[in-house]
Design a binder for this molecule. Structure first.
Ligand SMILES: Nc1ncnc2c1ncn2[C@@H]1O[C@H](COP(=O)(O)OP(=O)(O)O)[C@@H](O)[C@H]1O
Ligand SMILES: [Mg+2]
Length: 253
């Protein structure tokens, strides 16, 4: 099997990472119906399951917590040793439908345990990547997961921003860190939720290519209002068209 393509969606909160992740999964399914596709919700704020219309039974954090409990009961301080066993259990946490598989990191409850989940998540990505042709990761807002090398195996880094200074600053710092840790093969920017003026604005992004510019998507707003999922949007919805353009620019489809 060829090397898996691992796409990570990163950027500030609220810029459209989750909606675009779902639209990207939709386009991958359309372009590569015979390939194995995995969507990972790596954001503790969750949301990708809803955007994709899938139901979550077990999360990565559920499995982690269960293993720590087991390790404690058996008097071992090194819960980490149980990770080997936890590997195959991850496959139990996958939700599958005819088009793609889905895994959620979950919402860690105990304060301060995010970093542990991130360490675990990193291993899971490596394990699962071998079993899938395409992996789409909807990342946590901000830079933390890139910093902690959770995104180490990522081949394509997608930096999502709106037109705001803050949004652009966040993707610039994510790119700097990712580059320093040499974590991807290709990177690019999706500018989302743009005003008419911003659609033609010159954004100073240095060497980073702009993969797509997306305006306000009325279809997405309606889909939000109805509580429908992004995955069921028409192919003509701006967010779907933008996702397709970005994948073409990255030469993934
Ligand atoms: N191009 C767009 N046009 C209109 N609304 C959008 C657009 N992109 C995202 N949204 C809306 O903005 C909100 C935040 O998007 P979301 O994908 O959840 O962002 P993130 O995952 O980065 O926090 C959602 O309500 C989503 O429907
Ligand atoms: Mg999100």
């Amino acid at each position: 099997m060829n090397k898996s393509i691992i796409i990570a969606m990163t950027g500030k909160g609220g810029v459209g990472k989750t909606s675009l992740s779902a639209a990207i999964v939709k386009e991958l399914v359309k372009a590569h119906p015979d390939k194995k596709i995995l969507a990972i919700d790596a954001d503790p704020a969750v949301g990708l399951a809803t955007a994709l219309g899938v139901e979550v039974k077990t999360t990565v954090d559920d499995i982690r917590v269960e293993f720590i409990k087991q390790a404690e009961q058996e008097g071992t301080k090194q819960a980490i040793e149980y990770l080997g066993e936890a590997k195959y259990r991850i496959f139990e946490a996958l939700s599958e439908n005819e088009h793609f598989s889905f895994l959620a990191i979950g919402r860690p409850e105990a304060a301060g345990c995010y970093c542990k989940v991130n360490a675990y998540l990193k291993q899971i990505i490596s394990i699962l990547a071998e079993n899938f042709d395409y992996v789409v990761i909807d990342g946590e807002a901000g830079i933390e997961q890139v910093n902690r090398r959770v995104m180490e195996k990522v081949t394509h880094l997608v930096l999502v921003s709106d037109a705001s200074k803050k949004g652009i600053q966040v993707i610039q710092s994510i790119d700097e860190v990712a580059k320093r840790l040499t974590m991807y093969e290709k990177a690019g920017v999706i500018l989302n939720r743009l005003s008419t003026r911003a659609m033609t604005n010159d954004f100073n992004l240095g060497e980073l290519p702009i993969l797509a510019r997306i305006g306000t998507d009325e279809d997405l707003l309606d889909c939000d209002m109805e509580g429908d999922c992004v995955f069921d949007l028409d192919d003509t919805a701006k967010i779907v068209v933008g996702a397709k353009k970005a994948l073409q620019a990255l030469e993934i489809i």
